[in-house]
Structure formats: structure tokens, C-alpha cells
Design a protein around this ligand. Structure first.
Ligand code: IPD
Ligand code: CA
Ligand code: CA
Ligand code: CA
Length: 270
């Protein structure tokens, strides 16, 4: 539990670092395309966390979105998977609705998940089989629900992408309604809190889901790919994070679509 307590300390420190740093000027660059932004604050926050972990636990390994552990290919030992700012577009445009996300795995097995809603300073945290918390408050098991009476969360980009959008469109039609927050980690948090019944993503990276999976598991939820397969920890995956009932319903939409299955397989190099 010592590593878990240390992780709680440093994620709160990282939040404070971001809140202080964002008052000053920072540069904004683009990465893969003009809408894929990264700021100095993303990079500095990753370095902030990296330095703290390395100082305390030099033997641990760290994989981060902004370059830490880019050569890591296996999950041996203690592995920290870090997203220093999840929801960079929200950070840039809204100055809210972004998170720091940490997932800690030991020999590939879940150990602890932590997601900090930075502007609210609310910390969602869970250690494996120890329950989930919002700050000091215990989070209870989520309720089961079916699609027709549920709010779900997905990104409009997948609805306009030919080749994969057919099942997404049908899911949207059949749901009570759809929300889109713009931070995968906070979308996981909504499922963990039960304010959303499911979150669907066509592509997420390890740092987007590593913390959320562990949190959701502790409140009785489940995370798989959209086709119901096990998530590969160190690869990109499609992600379905949900309560168990709606999870079963939703995978049927994707499993029934041949074109989706084919394109999904090629895209994720399965
Ligand atoms: C992004 C956010 C966004 C999701 C993208 C992620 P970033 O993470 O979580 O909600 O739709 O796929 O890449 O780049 O802001 O850390
Ligand atoms: Ca990013
Ligand atoms: Ca992210
Ligand atoms: Ca990020």
C-alpha cells in the first residue's frame, strides 16, 4: 500500500503544479495533426511525475504519453502508466475538464488506478480489490442499466468515420442520449460514479485507460474492447467501459457488423 499512498500524494502535487503553471504563459504545439495539441504543461507535468517516481523508486518503470518509456515493450516489474494531462484540448480551450491519470501495474496485473479532476481537485482512486474512492468517500457499486434508459458517452468523430460508424450510429439511436466530455479519463470517472452508463472509444492509448480500468473494476464495472475482448495493456485498443448489463448489450452491436470487425482488426493490428 506504500506505493498506492505515494501515488495519491504525487498526483495531488501534480494537480497543484498544473494549476500554478497554467496561470503563466505556455507554448502550444501540434503533434500528429493540427488538432492534436500538446502544451509545455503536458510535458512539464510528465517530467514532474517522472522525477518524483524515479527519486523514490529508481527500479520502477514509467510509460508516459509525452515520451517517458517510449521503448517499453513488456509489463514486467512495477510499471507506472501516466497521462500528465488527459483532455489537452479541454485544457487549452476550456481551462477545465481535464485530468491527470495514473495506472500502476505489477507484472502486468492491476495494482492501483488514480484519476485527478485537476480543476475540481477531486481525486478518484482505487487499489486492486480494496474498493474505489472519491477523495475520502467510498464509491458504491454501479447499477446495471440497459441502453434504452441510459446516458452513454462517445466521441462524434467515430460517428462520421465511414467503415466503422454503422454500429456507433445504431447505438446512438437506441440510447436515451449521448454525452461527450473530451477526456477519456473523466469519461471513465463518469461511468465509475454511475453518472454515465457506458463510455465507447474506437481508439485509446494505454495512458488513456490504464487508471480508469482499475477504478471501474472496483465498483463492479467492466472494460473490454468494443468487441468484448480483453484489453491489451501496452497497445492501442477500442474501449467499452460500462456496467455489466449494458456492456453485454453494446458488444452485440459491434460483433454483428462484419465491416466493423474487419476494419477494427486492421486498425488495431490484431
Ligand atoms: C485524448 C482525450 C480524448 C480522447 C482522445 C485522447 P489527450 O487524450 O482523452 O477524450 O478522445 O482519444 O487521445 O491527448 O488529451 O491526453
Ligand atoms: Ca495528447
Ligand atoms: Ca489522454
Ligand atoms: Ca495527454
Amino acid at each position: 500500500m506504500e506505493i498506492y499512498r505515494f501515488a495519491q500524494e504525487i498526483i495531488l502535487d501534480a494537480g497543484e503544479f498544473i494549476r500554478n503553471r497554467m496561470i503563466e504563459d505556455f507554448n502550444i504545439d501540434s503533434k500528429m495533426n493540427a488538432n492534436d495539441l500538446v502544451t509545455d504543461v503536458d510535458k512539464e507535468t510528465e517530467q514532474f511525475l517522472f522525477d518524483k517516481i524515479e527519486e523514490r523508486y529508481p527500479e520502477h518503470r514509467i510509460l508516459g504519453e509525452e515520451g517517458a518509456g517510449a521503448d517499453i515493450e513488456d509489463a514486467d516489474g512495477v510499471l507506472w502508466i501516466i497521462d500528465p494531462i488527459d483532455g489537452t484540448l479541454n485544457f487549452v480551450h476550456q481551462l477545465e475538464n481535464f485530468a491527470v491519470s495514473i495506472g500502476i501495474y505489477i507484472d502486468g496485473k492491476p495494482y492501483a488506478g488514480l484519476i485527478l479532476d485537476v480543476m475540481k481537485n477531486d481525486l478518484y482512486h482505487a487499489a486492486y480489490e480494496q474498493g474505489a474512492y472519491k477523495n475520502d468517500e467510498v464509491l458504491h457499486d454501479i447499477e446495471e442499466s440497459s441502453l434504452k434508459s441510459s446516458l452513454i458517452s462517445t466521441n462524434a468523430n467515430w460517428l462520421v468515420r465511414e467503415g466503422i460508424n454503422t454500429p456507433f450510429i445504431q447505438v446512438v439511436k437506441d440510447a436515451r442520449s449521448v454525452r461527450s466530455l473530451g477526456s477519456a479519463a473523466l469519461e471513465f470517472v463518469n461511468v465509475v460514479r454511475g453518472t454515465s452508463s457506458a463510455a465507447l472509444f474506437y481508439r485509446l492509448h494505454p495512458w488513456d485507460f490504464a487508471g480508469g480500468i482499475i477504478l471501474l473494476n472496483e465498483v463492479g464495472g467492466i472494460t473490454t474492447t468494443l468487441l468484448g475482448d480483453e484489453v491489451r495493456l501496452l497497445k492501442t485498443n477500442s474501449i467499452l467501459a460500462a456496467n455489466k448489463k449494458i456492456h453485454g448489450e453494446l458488444t452485440e452491436y459491434f460483433k454483428a457488423d462484419e465491416a466493423f470487425i474487419k476494419n477494427h482488426k486492421e486498425f488495431h493490428k490484431l
